[in-house]
Design a protein around this ligand. Sequence first.
Ligand SMILES: [Zn+2]
Length: 381
Amino acid sequence: MDMTPPRAVLVRSARGIAAADRLPSNVGRASRVHALIDALGLGGLAQVVEPAAATDAELAAFHSEEFIRRVTGSDCGGGSDCGGGSDSDSDGGSFGLADDCAPFAGMGEHVRLAAGGTLAAAAAVVGGAQVAMHWEGGRHHAARARAAGFCYVNDAVLGILRLQDAFARVLYVDLDAHHGDGVQDAFAFSRRVMTLSVHVAERGFYPGSGAAADEGRGRGAGHSLNLPLQRGASDSRFARALEPVLAAAVGSFRPQAVVVQCGCDGLGGDPTRALNLTPDALVRAVRGVLAWRLPTVLLGGGGYSHANAARCWARLTAVACGADVAAAADVPDHAFLADYAPAFDMRVDATLAPDENSDASVDAAAARVLAALAAHASRSP
Ligand SMILES: [Zn+2]
């Protein structure tokens, strides 16, 4: 019997995909992502692991018991997971369950499987896999007792906590166009977790945190890294900001495992209108991380053009499996082919939106982070 650990694990199940499909911000996205992965023949390159629904005890590693009761629906006398939000006005609001995080039918199932999938991905790399993917994860905004920004559970935090059972130092890299505030806040006081988020930071852009001056607190000083960008960053400016910081972070922090939140709402044409990336930018970043040859968990996140999210994460799946899907490859015939009109290929082009960054501005953003890292390193024993 071959006991060699698998190189790449893909965490998914029909139940997990169906649960993610009901997330109001991304209805039907997960089905499209996995249908494209399979149409491209990538599903068979990874070992598929089916997620278990996270238990209350597993969720309680980060979330409060009252929040868990509310968000999983066990407060509602059973039935439909509090769907419809009839009791959500005042009480629901206190847990963030209103507005962009209104309760929905299937909320409890979504929470348990989003968390369970990322816990399964973490367990896979603890067990020896080089890389484990969970595209339904990456809900980086949720706090201990509060849903936020379309995130009803913070599976990324739960996954990092699971990794800490086996690894002394975990690096979290957040590529989503929005600041990874929930993960940064959870570990702001920790020197065992370094968080690095690259995102748009400008007045009025959600969630409003993630300034370069956010560097961590107490024992965690120097372990929260932020690369704020202006809107419209191109692939080359994104890489120019990120790559020196990633290199310095891995060099000084020496992580034993890495979690990458691969939110793709920074792609050109995303309704978020934040950055102006193509999937090449995320492919390049993830390839760079995988080249460290550390146990790595890849998560999803934002991405509101579902066809483009599927294109991006299918290409990242290929990268994780050591395969390649050309940027201009045709989208094979499959159930959702019509979504890929008019070109029916894998390209996501940058738009004509102006890049409000300059080489000098991204160099300055990177330099601030490098200085913070160096200052912390000089204070460390
Ligand atoms: Zn986002």
